[in-house]
Design a protein around this ligand. Structure first.
Ligand code: CP
Length: 301
């Protein structure tokens, strides 16, 4: 079976550091052409702006050609074709598959039936490993290293797949975590158990201001309406946090605000003009990191 990237735990610490180095090379020189004989499929069964467009741009910048869909209604899935059959078919056409799917576990299943590498571009509330790699790249870019960070994760920690992957990846680098969430959106117990097993300290709070002045990385997240089965539950928590510029007055000078985006109301636009805002540059880093992951999985770096 070819090597795929489904969960961040599919990469060793050494592989992660290698990807970050290669992404740095691509940031210095983004015009590459060494995958000119490759075709990459981008199959998006769920909406996306950044992940899909940065994967497509990354593929183009490496010289590869791209096929795929972003609206499942225009595919034979709408006639009842199974995920298994779809993936087996697409495997016949391409050298690598990038897939986003609303169901947890769909990406792992796709990798088991595909004859080419599969990259998980997000599967439900489970994992989003390429977002994690670009988050790590951004943390290193802003802080100069990855070690001993105070990382404060804020918002939807229950359904937010990006925070779940990031906890696992940063566990190699002696972090300290604060989980800031309302009771309904707390970090799931399995991730807290994981940190306990690794002796990594974490604390939980409902008050965004409680730890903000000790924070190196403030990782904001959106409350994800699409993951709620009960609309009343969403209404209760949708405005749980709103970060404004005035709340940042006592923050550490090195502190940076990251967000996987899209944002809805959790970061006020007046934060964009502060030196702490880094989320748009973070999204831009996605292209270099995804170039590096594609090149690595295709054996070209
Ligand atoms: N961060 C992220 O996954 O954004 P999109 O949903 O726009 O791809």
């Amino acid at each position: 079976m070819p090597k795929s990237l489904i969960s961040i735990s599919d990469f060793t610490k050494e592989e992660m550091l290698h990807i970050l180095d290669v992404a740095g090379e691509f940031e210095k020189n983004k015009s590459q052409n060494f995958l000119h004989d490759k075709v990459i499929a981008c199959l998006f069964f769920e909406p996306s702006t950044r992940t899909r467009l940065s994967f497509e741009t990354a593929s183009n910048r490496l010289g590869a050609r791209v096929i795929g869909f972003s609206d499942v209604a225009n595919t034979s899935v709408s006639k009842g074709e199974t995920l298994k059959d779809t993936i087996k078919m697409v495997s016949n056409y391409v050298d690598l598959i990038v897939m986003r799917h609303p169901l947890e576990g769909a990406a792992r299943y796709a990798s088991e039936v595909a004859s080419v590498p599969v990259i998980n571009a997000g599967d439900g509330a489970n994992q989003h490993p390429t977002q994690t790699m670009l988050d790590m790249y951004t943390i290193k870019q802003t802080q100069g290293h990855l070690e001993n960070m105070n990382i404060n994760m804020v918002g939807d920690l229950k359904y937010g797949r990006t925070v779940h992957s990031l906890i696992q990846a940063m566990s190699y680098f002696s972090p300290r975590f604060v989980f800031t969430a309302p009771p309904e959106l707390k970090m799931p117990q399995e991730y807290k158990d994981f940190l306990t097993s690794k002796k990594i300290p974490f604390t939980e709070t409902e008050d965004l201001m409680e730890h903000i002045n000790d924070t190196d990385i403030l990782y904001m997240t959106r409350v994800q309406q699409e993951r709620f089965t009960d609309p009343m539950e969403y209404e209760k928590v949708k405005n749980c946090f709103s970060l404004t510029a005035s709340m940042l007055e006592g923050c550490k000078k090195n502190m940076k605000i990251l967000h996987p985006l899209p944002r809805v109301g959790e970061i006020s636009q007046d934060v964009d003009d502060t030196p702490f805002a880094y989320y748009f540059r973070q999204a831009g880093n996605g292209m270099y990191v995804r170039m590096a992951i594609i090149a690595y999985l295709l054996g070209a770096r």
